[in-house]
Ligand binder design. Structure first.
Ligand SMILES: Nc1ncnc2c1ncn2[C@@H]1O[C@H](COP(=O)(O)OP(=O)(O)OP(=O)(O)O)[C@@H](O)[C@H]1O
Ligand SMILES: [Mg+2]
Length: 413
């Protein structure tokens, strides 16, 4: 506790035990006179405002808010006026930068005649509390958004099912009717269908139907991704899953697409890979999304995609790595790639839901997804799963922007 040398305040100086108590409190306590001079401040405040020590002797607005005059929100002014306790939330400013939020409670100090001769200020750092509250609000907003998205997805699914079921039927009906209409045109001359000459429209009908069928398939795909993303209940991670098997199944499903993008695909399976707790289908979905992204990033068929599994003893993690020699991701885009609807491939049909769904599945598995990338340096996506099912604290997504020196391929197993 530091005190300002002022006549009449010596009683505090003579009470080291009291000072010791005040210094031991994990909150700020200071005493102000009517002119806002700090008469005493405990050591918590010294730690919070290291550049302003000693605090005693300074005006409170200079010491705590870097201001030349009284703060407009000051609760001390009100307490000095009306003699009532007051409080306020104020920014915690250190070195000119806002660092959080403090809650200040102000209590009047009365002299023997009942006049307010000063105040006691009690400071609490509520930065974490506010952050937690915001997180909670964000979580509940996300939950409402999830319900909304799931509802909309459901509503879109029903009419889309009609389109998916009936468009092929209409296409077939058209193919059956076509020779009859062609015969009719030959016998009676060209006629109009939907305002267009039959001779023109008949050649386009197949494309029109194909467009409708493709479009409805795409809607179904997006709706399914949205449903996955908005899923409220965590998935059941109770199966014992062999990640090598997951890779094998994934490659069966994606083989054609891989062949379309690269002649240089390699896969390495670790021996004796421990099983992980999980949902094998959801984990297949994760690996599929990573492989698709890797393939779609390639600029030529000679570029490589490599998939490998291994066990990292030190981290006690089963790791599946998908490495590509594709275009890479800029440092600016890297933190955004798991955001829903973030896509740089919109023109070629990307929805930006692939990694959003992937990251929520990884989170449900208590795993980590790590991306290391840089423009022109390829991308390494690493999925960490923990056989021990240990619950992870902190972020499930990590990104590393390759610096100029770091080569574009992953660590040795
Ligand atoms: N291996 C990769 N190489 C380069 N960019 C990548 C890679 N993986 C992801 N990205 C970037 O992240 C973005 C988001 O990926 P995400 O899989 O979520 O969506 P998408 O592939 O664009 O669309 P879709 O919903 O069809 O998967 C991509 O558009 C791309 O910019
Ligand atoms: Mg994708």
């Amino acid at each position: 506790m530091t005190f300002q040398n002022k006549p009449g305040q010596d009683f505090i100086r003579q009470a080291p035990f009291l000072a010791h108590i005040l210094d031991s409190i994990q909150a700020g306590i200071n005493i102000l006179d009517r002119e806002m001079n700090i008469l005493a401040a405990n050591s918590w405040l010294d730690r919070m405002y290291p550049y302003k020590v000693p605090l005693a002797g300074k005006k409170c607005y200079q010491a705590f808010q870097d201001r030349a005059s009284v703060c407009p929100w000051c609760p001390v002014v009100r307490t000095l006026e009306n003699g009532q306790p007051d409080s306020a939330m104020v920014p915690y400013i250190l070195g000119g930068q806002p660092r959080g939020t403090l809650e200040i409670s102000v209590y009047p100090m009365l002299d023997s005649s009942g006049n307010v001769e000063g105040v006691i200020e009690y400071f609490q750092d509520i930065t974490e509390k506010i952050r937690d509250k915001e997180k909670l609000m964000q979580a509940s907003k996300m939950a409402s958004l999830g319900t909304l998205v799931a509802g909309v997805a459901h509503e879109i699914n029903n009419p889309n099912n009609f389109i998916m079921l009936n468009a092929p039927l209409l296409q077939e009906a058209w193919e059956d009717a076509r020779p009859i209409l062609e015969q009719h045109a030959r016998d009676h001359g060209d006629f109009k269908l939907a305002g267009l000459p039959f001779s023109r429209i008949s050649g386009q009908m197949s494309n029109l139907f194909a467009g409708i069928i493709d479009g409805s398939k795409r809607i179904k795909h997006i709706v399914n991704d949205l449903k996955d993303f908005a899923r409220q209940s965590p998935i059941n991670t109770g199966q014992n899953v062999d990640m090598n098997q997951v890779i094998v199944k994934t490659l069966n499903l994606t083989q054609k697409l891989i062949n379309k993008h690269t002649d240089n695909f390699q896969v390495y399976y670790a021996e004796n890979l421990p099983l992980v707790g999980g949902d094998s289908q959801k984990l297949e979905q994760v690996i599929i999304n990573l492989i698709l992204n890797a393939c779609q990033s390639l600029n030529g068929k000679d570029r490589q995609v490599l998939v490998r599994s291994f066990y990292n003893q030190e981290k006690q993690a089963v790791i599946v790595e998908v490495v590509d020699q594709g275009e890479g991701i800029s440092a600016e885009n890297l933190p955004r790639i798991t955001d829903p609807f973030f896509s740089t491939r919109r023109k070629t049909g990307g929805t930006g839901l692939g990694l959003a769904v992937t990251s929520s599945i990884v989170k449900d598995h208590g795993g980590i997804l790590e991306f290391a990338s840089g423009p022109g340096k390829g991308t390494t996506a690493k999925l960490y799963l923990f056989p021990s099912q240990k619950k992870l604290e902190g972020s499930h997504i990590r990104t590393i922007a390759y610096s100029d020196q770091v080569p574009g391929h992953g660590e040795k197993p």
